[in-house]
Design a protein. Structure first.
Length: 150
């Protein structure tokens, strides 16, 4: 038998919290095989933290529509500055994702000011390889995308 669970607390969620938010069935099992949990009375009420922890919400509206051809839509984002620079002295990375093929291009940059030049390089590469033109670009409208150069 287990012992040492002696408490005078009347908090209905005390043992549930102390035992890492153990389920009601587990608490009832422990109550039967131990001494000191006599004052534990299972509650039909749910623990607020457990309810919140089980909530799941999609961060973005899911879209079932995809583009019909390569380069119809390119998603792009810049990440950084990183705390630690890379071996090549880069603090940022820039991504371009083709919506149709899901092909991802990643470029490592030393500064934000390189975004426009890198986009031109990317554009020339993919348009030359595919023989098609980029139709739309989707970004988060960061300052690196909303400027005269772009």
């Amino acid at each position: 038998q287990l012992s040492g669970f002696i408490s005078q607390e009347k908090d209905k969620f005390l043992w549930h919290r102390r035992l890492g938010h153990l389920c009601r069935k587990g608490l009832n099992y422990l109550k039967e095989m131990s001494v000191g949990l006599d004052n534990y009375v299972p509650s039909e009420e749910q623990c607020r933290m457990c309810v919140l922890g089980k909530h799941a919400r999609s961060p973005f509206k899911t879209s079932s529509s995809r583009t019909k051809e390569v380069l119809e839509l390119i998603h792009t984002d810049l990440c950084g500055p990183m705390e630690v620079t890379s071996i090549g002295n880069s603090k940022y990375f820039l991504t371009f994702l083709d919506d149709f093929s899901r092909y991802l291009f990643v470029y490592f940059l030393e500064s934000k000011s390189q975004v426009a030049a890198t986009f031109k390089e990317f554009k020339a590469l993919v348009e030359n390889e595919t023989g098609k033109k980029i139709k739309k670009i989707r970004s988060d409208n960061g300052t690196e995308y909303v400027n005269k150069e772009m």
